[in-house]
Design a protein. Sequence first.
Length: 116
Amino acid sequence: MKIRIQGDSVRFRLSQTEVTELVNQGETWSKCQFPKGELIYGLVTSEDKSMTCIFDNGKITGKIPRLLLHRWDSDDRVGFEAIADGLFILVEKDWQCLKPRVNEDENNLFVNPQSL
């Protein structure tokens, strides 16, 4: 999972495996290890009607309504977005780049529709 934070926005980009985990198991997590700690970030399903995102104790948790995720692992929807408490949240499938990047494994990413 990739996460991008800019200003008051947070964007989660998920591989095929992570989308499947989220849909079938209700959550998916990643972490970034720093020399003096770690940043944990992930997505969980909720029974709420809209997406939210919280930051607590070094952990970013995005919550997505379970109804939005129905068949997301097998359909053509790219993702979901919302604004919650002034924070823009975007969750989307991660596509392979049109030009390969050195040192980046894209085998588990979704095929970019522009490459077809």
